[in-house]
Design a protein around this ligand. Structure first.
Ligand code: NAP
Length: 217
């Protein structure tokens, strides 16, 4: 199975996806700017499941060694991080989970991105890579509660059809998640913006909402 590398794999989203995909059989590299933090993240994952193949590395090593690179850092750090990692990523498939959001006293809200979305910005920063937006609406809290299934649809967008098709099986390997091919990367913007709505709903309800489409064949 493909080796999966996570840039910013020490946060809840990187650990959660890393845990679930390692449980599905993928070797996983949790990347960090800080080696000690990467080791702590691995210990947290092994606290959930001691049998998974998960290692802590630098972000650059995660990108170099992985077959597929996940971006799981806050939007504010993305541009600087990806400029440094572009050579290590090269022409690989990049799964961008980043939401271009900010938070103020009224709650979460989308931020304006010149490229359109965090995912499109990452494609501009990584022109050789095949960027796919996915998992932006999936709650890390639920990912970190195996073996509970998540029961959600994952919208996949990207301008490379083969890359979108390659990411769909990764979605399917997490119990309860269902991939939906949403088409071009320009649709990442409403997908990322929708996460602000989900977070606002979560705050009001105490839930961990995701999305599910109806009317599909
Ligand atoms: N949390 C969720 O439920 C959820 C759900 C869907 C999507 N997402 C998206 O996934 C991304 C990660 O979410 P998260 O909650 O895991 O975030 P997080 O905990 O705030 O950050 C994840 C990791 O990113 C690294 N990082 C933080 N600031 C950075 C910077 N300026 N430059 C480079 N690296 C930086 C840190 O790793 P090191 O310090 O170890 O380098 C941190 O542990 C976000 O864009 C979010 O919108 C999150």
């Amino acid at each position: 199975m493909e080796m999966l590398g996570f840039v910013g794999g020490t946060g809840p989203q990187g650990r959660g996806l890393g845990l679930r995909l390692a449980q599905a059989g993928h070797p996983v590299l949790l990347g960090s700017r800080d080696p000690a933090k990467a080791e702590e993240a691995v210990a947290k994952v092994h606290g959930k499941d001691p049998d998974v193949d998960v290692r802590g590395v630098s972000n650059a090593e995660a990108c170099t060694a992985a077959d597929v690179v996940f971006i799981t850092i806050p939007y504010g750090g993305q541009a600087a991080a990806l400029e440094d990692l572009a050579d290590a990523i090269g022409d690989k498939i990049v799964v961008n989970c980043v939401n271009a959001l900010a938070f103020d006293e009224r709650g979460p809200h989308p931020v304006s991105v010149a490229a359109g979305s965090a995912a499109e910005e990452s494609q501009q920063l990584l022109p050789r890579a095949r960027v796919v937006g996915a998992f932006q609406n999936v709650s890390a809290t639920k990912l970190l509660r195996p073996p509970d299934p998540i029961e959600a649809d994952v919208l996949i967008c990207g301008d490379d059809e083969d890359a979108r098709a390659a990411v769909a099986p990764l979605v399917e390997r997490i119990p309860g998640l269902h991939p939906v091919d949403a088409g071009p990367l320009r649709l990442a913007r409403p997908i990322e913006e929708l996460t602000a709505v989900l977070l606002a709903v979560n705050k009001r309800t105490g839930g961990h909402s995701s999305i599910r489409l109806t009317g599909l064949p």
